[in-house]
Design a protein around this ligand. Structure first.
Ligand SMILES: *Cc1c(COP(=O)(O)O)cnc(C)c1O
Length: 352
């Protein structure tokens, strides 16, 4: 990666700071497969407490934390329902089918925004001997491919209430729950109330190099532990990495507000040039998703032009380009973005 380029591809590109590295180097460690790493144990307790839950399990990735949750909530031959553009369905390479032997069915939501009714319309619990039975619902918060959408608590509450009556479990893919919490002011423990399991990532906007957690009650987490080992995710003196997550929670969580302001700023800049690319009011967190469907240019072509001008972005669909802010972006980068994007967009969008 050329360092002079401004990297807006994802918030996963953040690098551990000197302070974070120092804490990692000095972390007390033990064998975590024996449950003896004090730094991991402390992080698991801390994160469980933040969400008002009994227990948490340190995982190598968000995908593993999601997949362990699915493994425990949905039995082979049963069904998980999720939004059509959710990470679990689109970006985990069919892991739920491969490892848990389950099927998925999806609802469609504009910007991934949750409406309880959309979910309740498709769930089919206890479907008898011929049809697949739904046993769990997964909600992504914030919704990544939806453009960093914060899910409304009112809809989460309704969905929990109604789905509980049907005997359904709920999982939150909270890879970016930190962003939802900072943007909405809703506490993490409030979010925790409505879900049987949650997954959270320390390696996105929080800036740790590795690490995610699965969160739930004691019974679920103790059952997840052998599955983590079975999947090859049992780690040894991994307090070295857990320490980075601990640092991220203490020092980087509050920095997310700045990412959100900057994403809004970039969205407004783009909206001023081309209002049909983005509605800046929908940009609540650190993701700016551009809809190019009204223009000739493809997302890939625009990404190439941006790259030539020194800005890296992600073409996630033929007509969908994503820009993500994070704490390795400097004020100078923002100034550069402001000088580059308007001119570049004007000429790129003109070609019909
Ligand atoms: C990044 C992400 C994950 C987990 O990704 P890993 O690369 O496996 O850590 C899960 N869900 C969402 C919404 C994500 O953005």
């Amino acid at each position: 990666m050329i360092d002079s380029q401004i990297d807006l591809r994802s918030d996963t590109v953040t690098k551990p700071s000197k302070e974070m590295r120092a804490l990692m180097a000095s972390a007390p460690v033990g064998d975590d497969v024996y449950g003896e790493d004090p730094t991991v144990n402390a992080l698991e307790d801390k994160v469980a407490n933040l969400f008002g839950k009994e227990s948490a399990l340190f995982c190598t990735s968000g995908s593993l934390a999601n997949q362990l949750s699915i493994r425990l909530l949905v039995s082979p031959g049963e069904e998980l329902v999720s939004e059509t553009n959710s990470h679990i369905v689109r970006a985990e390479l069919g892991a739920a089918a491969v490892f848990s032997g389950i099927t998925t069915r999806t609802w469609v939501a504009d910007r991934g925004l949750l409406k309880a009714e959309d979910v309740l319309n498709i769930v089919k619990p206890n479907s008898g001997p011929y049809l697949v039975s739904t046993t769990a619902i997964a909600i992504e918060n914030t919704h990544n491919f939806g453009g960093g959408t914060v899910q409304p608590l009112s809809e989460i509450k309704i969905l929990r209430e109604e789905s509980k009556k049907l005997g359904l479990k709920m999982h939150m893919d909270g890879a970016r729950i930190w962003n939802a919490h900072v943007a909405s002011g809703i506490s993490l423990s409030e979010y925790g109330k409505y879900f049987d399991t949650l997954s959270v990532c320390l390696s996105k906007g929080l800036g740790a190099p590795i690490g995610s957690l699965m969160i739930g009650n004691k019974e679920l987490i103790s059952r997840a532990r052998p599955w983590r080992k079975r999947y090859g995710g049992g780690m040894r003196q991994v307090g070295l990495i857990a320490a980075a997550g601990d640092y991220a929670l203490d020092f980087n969580l509050k920095l997310l507000a700045k990412d959100h302001l900057r994403a809004k700023e970039i969205a407004k800049l783009i909206e001023d040039i081309a209002p049909d690319l983005i509605n800046s009011e929908t940009v609540e967190t650190n993701i700016v998703g551009l809809d190019l469907s009204r223009y000739q240019i493809s997302a890939e072509e625009l990404a190439i032009q941006l790259k030539q001008a020194g800005i890296l972005s992600s073409a996630l669909g033929p007509k969908y380009l994503r820009l993500v802010t994070h704490f390795d972006i400097t004020d100078k980068d923002i100034e550069k973005i402001k000088s580059i994007i308007p001119k570049l967009l004007k000429s790129a969008l003109m070609a019909k």
